[in-house]
Design a protein around this ligand. Sequence first.
Ligand code: B1M
Length: 213
Amino acid sequence: MERILEKIKDIVVGGRFREIEAQLEEAIQGGVDLHSLINQAMIAAMDVVGDRFAKGKIFVPEMLVSAKTMEMGLEILQPLLKEDESLSRGSVLLCTVKGDVHDIGKNLVGMMLEGAGFRVTDLGVDQTVETVLEKIDEIRPDILGLSALLTTTMPEMQKVIEELNAHGLRDRVSVMIGGAPISAKFARHIGADAYGKDAAEAVAIARSLTASQ
Ligand code: B1M
């Protein structure tokens, strides 16, 4: 199993997107579990990519092809993430905040939430406070999920919460935040209800937030 996980990790790191489907299918046929595929192969690959980028060994174009390979892989895995749930557990409005186009982690969170029976409306990336507020008013979700991957876009999360307060919408929706630079301390500081470390934790938190509503 270790060998095939290493192979998939190499494919994502190298951005060899033409190879990802066949390799994932081989892994699935071979009984490799989804958790290992996502965490030990694919997310681990993005960590290598991020590290190489930070050290100036690769640049944005290489990061983009790795991201594309990861996205193609997650699409292949998506149907397998679905639990057999007929009852909806609640609704989640999800987006990446303004100024930030990173969406792989958010998409993974969305897929896992859907798989766990939540209705997810994903607004996409680079979403302004105004759009988020409009959509909350329109959809009335149980949970607002905000993602940010850049330290420079973290303050956007605070802005959203401030505007929710200013518009009297804060009591209507629970706010969960996440993304690589986010912490529980930051979540508390800006007045979010919860911080999700990863997609699995995001699902557990969403369950507890909706259970207490
Ligand atoms: Co960018 N990037 N990037 N990038 N990128 C990072 C984030 C960086 C850490 C790389 C580095 O320097 N080591 C760095 C940020 C530094 C900082 O702010 N401290 C960085 C930078 C600098 C940039 C640019 C500024 C580069 C440039 O142009 N010079 C630029 C910014 C563009 C912008 O947003 N305005 C940029 C661009 C890009 C690409 C477009 C090339 C591409 C994104 C493609 C895409 O998303 N479609 C990209 C990528 C791929 C990365 C890295 C390598 C990988 C991110 C990723 O997908 N990880 C990243 C380095 C890294 O994170 N190791 C990096 C895998 C993903 C599954 O994890 O997103 O953390 P993650 O999600 C996790 C958890 O965080 C959590 O669950 C997920 C699953 O476990 N989670 C939530 C996420 N959202 C959640 C929400 C929740 C709960 C949990 O509740 C709602």
